[in-house]
Design a binder for this molecule. Structure first.
Ligand code: CA
Length: 235
């Protein structure tokens, strides 16, 4: 799940990103509205939600929101602002924001509103994803494998292992290029080494092997990776 964060206050932006990353979101953080807008226009990354501050350099959060709606972009927007007067709330909602949070706020409230917006997002992802005998329990960072002895086992996953499996399980039986995985699973300001996807894939395979769980992910030389649902047990 990927979030666009636009906040020009460095301290707040940094702590928001930290909290969101700890909640397993992939976060692209921009400090000015125009940069964020150009990025949104240029790249069709699948954001689940945008968190946008009202007062921003170059392009305000309000204008960013209007531009999105003019283009009929349905991305849910949570607007942050120090401007808590009723007329400000109305202006924010009129511009197309879906929700509104007045600073200062507590992180738990932001996370709760985020979860509510996420459920309305076109990119909403269910918290459990099942293919064959494998279930990804996103809330608990766990892959559940059934039809084993004992009847099921739980395999704990790191956040990146979870994100990688989630993306592949949402796109089963399709060949996904490594470059696409890299773009989807690492934020724009991270500069991972070029073989980061292959390295992460090795870690995931090693993890599954530790638990004697057959790995359904195939490497297609020169093309990418495929989560092959035919390799799963469907009993
Ligand atoms: Ca601001």
């Amino acid at each position: 799940m990927r979030i666009l964060l636009v906040e020009d206050e460095e301290d707040l932006g940094r702590s928001l990103k930290q909290v969101l990353v700890a909640e397993k979101y992939i976060v692209d953080w921009f400090t000015d509205g125009l940069q964020a807008w150009l990025y949104l226009e240029d790249r069709s990354l699948d954001y689940t939600v945008a968190i946008v501050d009202w007062l921003l350099p170059e392009l305000s959060g309000l204008d960013l929101c209007r531009k999105l709606r003019q283009q009929h972009n349905p991305l849910p927007v949570l607007m942050l602002t120090a401007l808590g007067e009723p007329e400000n709330r109305v202006a924010g909602l009129d511009a197309g924001a879906d929700d509104y949070l007045v600073k200062p706020f507590v992180m738990d409230e932001l996370l709760a509103r985020l979860r509510a917006l996420q459920r309305r997002s076109p990119q909403f992802q269910p918290l459990n994803l099942t293919l064959g005998n494998l279930t990804l329990d996103v809330a608990n960072n766990t892959l559940i494998q059934r039809n084993t002895a004992p009847p099921y086992q739980e395999i704990p996953l790191t956040p990146k292992e979870l994100q990688l499996l989630m993306y592949l399980m949402q796109n089963p039986d399709r060949i996904i290029p490594g470059s696409k995985l890299r773009q989807q699973l690492w934020d724009v300001h991270e500069d991972p080494v070029s073989n980061v996807v292959a390295a992460q894939m090795r870690l995931l395979r090693r993890k599954l092997a530790q638990y004697d769980c057959p790995c359904p992910i195939e490497t297609i030389p020169g093309a990418g990776y495929r989560f092959n649902s035919l390799l799963l047990s469907h009993e």
